[in-house]
Each structure stands twice: as structure tokens, then as C-alpha cells.
Design a protein around this ligand. Sequence first.
Ligand code: GLU
Length: 306
Amino acid sequence: MFNLLTTLVDNNRIYGKQGKLASYIPSLLEADPEHLGICIVELNSGREFHAGDCDTKFTIQSISKVVSLILALSDNGRENVFKKVNVEPTGMGFNSIINLEVRNKKIPYNPMINAGAIVTTSLIYGQSKEEKFERIIEFLRRATNNQNISINEEVYECEKITGDRNRSLAYFMKSNKVLEGNVEEILDLYFRQCSIEVTARDLARFGAVLANDGLAPWNGQRLMSRDVCRIAKTIMVTCGMYDASGEFAVKVGIPAKSGVGGGILATVPRSYGIGIYGPSLDKKGNSIAGLRLIKDLSDELDLSIF
Ligand code: GLU
């Protein structure tokens, strides 16, 4: 496995040159576009395999949407969550506003686009925004078996300053009574969760928890119910890779979620957790080299669940 991963990283690193770093905040532009790393946790043996830049830190960005979905479902139950956010792919960009107005029911299409994640974030329980954030980060620490997970303060400040599109989505949903509560506090929590730093290794472990039906493989601790885990993986398949989710399902065929920080969280039910980092992005916002790497891996190990 080590040799396979090393070869796949070496073969695909070059594609970083063909993409672009996310540029909406300066700190994301500091990444090296030719960084590429992968880590795999094998459930059977508990072993971790890695190659390339798998311990480079980057911000989790949209991959945090999986966490807010899991916590919202665990806190409120699926019926209450899906009254406020749908589960259909959009075919539109992740921060598109158009569907919030033209649909009959004015709830967001799914929890993997910004509007949907702002809603799931608003549903997370806690007495204060600090307590809610503590629950998000603590969940991630447990799901990655890494107590050192923390926030990148510089990215968080920039997310806040540049977050006008997210602010528009949130206030629009508030006006339609889809979003309830203090909008600025909800946005602050959303910006914070996007700014949490992880590595490909962290994502691989999180993927292993999802692959293991919600149980952390290293200590048997249950981090979410089987039902919540199943819903999260299903929505990752249909909506996790922005408006390239259909193509990804055809070509790679496993539940995955990407973020503009360059991360990909992927999970092969009952077999593997996979984490990838490659900060250079394609036009849809997915890691350009990371996509090729995971496609090659899926072909080599016959990972498609379909
Ligand atoms: N912080 C970004 C936003 O909310 C996350 C985007 C992403 O990773 O898709 O716009």
C-alpha cells in the first residue's frame, strides 16, 4: 500500500500546476500548489498508510459541513432538520443564492451548500456560541483522535471580513423564517468552523469513523448513531463534491466531501477512511490533483460502492 500511495502521489503532483489556489482570502494563497498528500486508515488492520504531504495543516472549510450536519441531526432528529434543509443536489455553485428565492419551499437544497450548512450550524445545541463551537471542535478532536485540532485565527478573521455572500444568504433565509435566532452569531459559528485546521491524516481518521458506522475504530467510542452516519454518507455521495458530485460518483464512486482549503474527506463503508490534501483547485472548487489521485486509487483498489 505504501508503494502504491507514493506512486500515485508522484504521478499526480504535477496537476497542481493546472489549478488555482482559493484566492478570496490572502492566507489561502500562501499554500504551495504542488503540495499533495494522502492518508488511508484501514479498518480491518487499524493501520494508517500515507504518502506525500499528509501532515501539512490546512483549513477544513466546507468539509466542516459534514460535522454541522452530524451534530444538527444528533441534536434535533432527522425530521426537524429536514424541515429546514432539503437533501437534493443543486447543480449550482456552493454559494448560489438563486434557489432560495425561486423554489416554492424556500429552504436550502441540501446541507453541503453554504446556505444549507448555515442552517445546520444554526441547529447545533449549546447555551452560548462558545459552547456550540466547543462542541464542534471537540467532535472533530474525537473523530480524528487528535486533541491538538485548533482554529486558524488569521483565516477566521478573514472569513468574517470577506463573508458578505454568506451574510446575504443568512439574512435572506432569516427573512423567510428558515433561519431563526441571532444571524451574526450563527455566521460567526459558521466562519469559525470553516477555519479549523486539519491534515490529510486527520481527515482519514474521520473517514474511518464514517466507514465504521459512527464508531471510532481506535477506541470503540460511538460518535454518532448509525442512522446519522448513514445519512451523512448518503448526502456526501449526492452533494459532497460541489456541482461535480455526479461526475465524482460515476468516476470514483465513494462518499466524499471537499473544501476550498484543498482537503477531501472520503470514506469507503466498512473498509477505509481516506484523507487528501492538495490546495490547487479546479474551476468547481475541488482539489485538482486530489481528484485525480482519488480516482486512480479507486481504480487500483476497486473502491466504488456501486
Ligand atoms: N469559507 C468558505 C465559504 O463559506 C467555504 C467554502 C468551501 O470550502 O466551499 O464560502
